[in-house]
Design a binder for this molecule. Structure first.
Ligand code: NAD
Ligand code: MG
Length: 411
């Protein structure tokens, strides 16, 4: 274990942390950061879907109090892989996830489950008033105003981990940082939030070749190393669409205040443009340890184990408008954002089904857009006033999306 350089007041006890989705890309990076600062952080619980081998390794290395697996079978296998004298308590199922996210002993929850599966435990952390490090953007996309209202009601401290939103957060005044989702951007002189995106691996591919692209090619992101679902979303730029919706809620944006820019180098992680002509940007390596460390230590800063940017080696930084023919998913998400909560909840569900089918070799890359657009057109607008209503629409949309996937299915 590497011992970092951070110091903290002697009297303060370490922050107790739960990591939802510990075996994933964000989860592992979070473990890396906290392992470098043992005087600041203490691991309370970790969770995973079904990756028993990796979870067993994490349990032995980091010794959390609880380890939660998605199903009984995986939990049993994990128990069998742990030494007989292990003190890690293995739990299973949806309620256990909610419990480790909301336990009285927990200070901080890293929400890093991918997709809609993260909604309930993330909301549990919010409702319990925790410091919530939000990587699981789908939870916010699905629940929008309900999520923001729950933060306000419980007094939870919300910190964005998605690199763009973390960058924007860093560029905004403290008054906005402490009132996420409710601050008035115009009142603090913000004109535009400029969300940057690299364009993914197919930015320069001839359009006629898009349809044949394989899951391996779609997951080979030029700048970032991430889980498979978000990698495909980056290739379609639906990820930027989800981030647009995420930014709308986190920063309480009007349509005229939110713009997307293509920036292939992923050095400027996003920017804020003010009425006086100033633009503030956050720059850094394409390494999620930076926003994770910022979220963990806010309002202080700690060593994230990330190399300093060497400006003599950067070369050019380019910016351009997004090509809507190459990336139709982005406009679909932007339109959904302003149509209403039903539209973004449905788009998220349709996309999860379509991406899973693409990764399973059942859909062509370009069919992801077709399925999402058709499903959105097939869903009737409805008002979503509760988590139950959101979950119900998510399930209905998945059923409709499966039918549309079947029409395109390759095998
Ligand atoms: P990943 O696929 O690498 O990891 C996902 C984690 O969620 C794993 O621990 C997995 O076991 C768990 N999980 C998956 N399905 C589950 C289920 N049904 N029930 C319980 N647990 C489940 O994903 P990732 O790249 O780490 O992304 C996690 C989240 O963070 C996503 O919402 C993504 O959009 C967001 N995010 C990731 C990055 C990145 O660099 N990886 C950057 C910004 C935002
Ligand atoms: Mg991002």
């Amino acid at each position: 274990m590497v011992i970092g350089v951070s110091t903290m007041p002697q009297s303060a006890r370490p922050q107790r942390l739960t990591i939802l989705g510990a075996t994933g890309s964000i989860g592992l990076n979070t473990l890396k950061v906290i392992a470098a600062h043992p005087e600041r952080f203490e691991l309370f619980a970790i969770s995973a879907n079904t990756n028993v081998t990796r979870m067993a390794d994490l349990c032995m290395r980091y010794q959390p109090r609880y380890a939660v697996m998605h199903c009984d079978r995986a939990a049993l296998q994990l128990q069998q892989q742990l030494p007989s004298d292990s003190t890690v308590e293995v739990l299973t199922g949806a309620q256990a996830l909610v419990d480790i996210a909301s336990d009285d002993q927990v200070d901080c929850v890293m929400a890093a489950i991918v997709g809609a599966a993260g909604l309930m435990p993330t909301m549990a952390a919010v409702k319990a008033g925790k410091r919530v490090l939000l990587a699981n953007k789908e939870a916010l996309v699905m629940s929008g105003q309900l999520f923001i209202d729950a933060v306000a009601d419980s007094g939870a401290q919300l910190l964005p981990i998605d690199s763009e939103h973390n960058a924007i957060f860093q560029c905004l005044p403290q008054s906005v940082q402490q009132q996420l989702g409710r601050a008035d951007l115009a009142a603090v002189g913000v004109q535009h939030i400029l969300l940057t995106g690299s364009g993914g691996p197919f930015r320069q591919l001839p359009l006629t070749e898009l349809a044949q692209q394989t899951p391996a090619a779609a997951c080979a992101h030029p700048n970032w190393s991430m889980g498979r679902k978000i990698s495909v979303d980056s290739a379609t730029m639906l990820n930027k669409g989800l981030e647009y919706i995420e930014a709308r809620w986190l920063f309480n944006c009007q349509r005229s205040q939110l713009q997307v820019l293509l920036h292939p180098q992923s050095v400027v992680h996003s920017m804020v443009q003010f009425v006086d002509g100033s633009v503030l940007a956050q720059l850094g390596q394409a390494d999620m340890c930076t926003p994770i460390a910022y979220g963990l230590s806010y309002p202080e800063r700690i060593d994230a184990g990330v190399a300093a940017l060497d400006f003599t080696q950067l070369g050019q930084l380019n910016f351009s408008a997004v090509d809507s023919v190459r990336y139709p998913c982005l406009q679909l998400a932007i339109d959904a954002c302003w149509q209403g909560q039903w539209a973004t909840t449905s788009l998220n569900a349709a996309n999860e089904v379509a991406v899973a089918a693409f990764l399973a070799g059942q859909l062509r890359f370009t069919d992801i857009y077709s399925v999402c657009a058709e499903v959105l057109a097939a869903i009737s607008p409805t008002t979503l006033n509760s988590l139950a209503a959101i979950v119900s629409l998510d399930e209905e949309t998945r059923r409709v999306a499966q039918q549309h996937v079947a029409r395109y299915a390759l095998c």
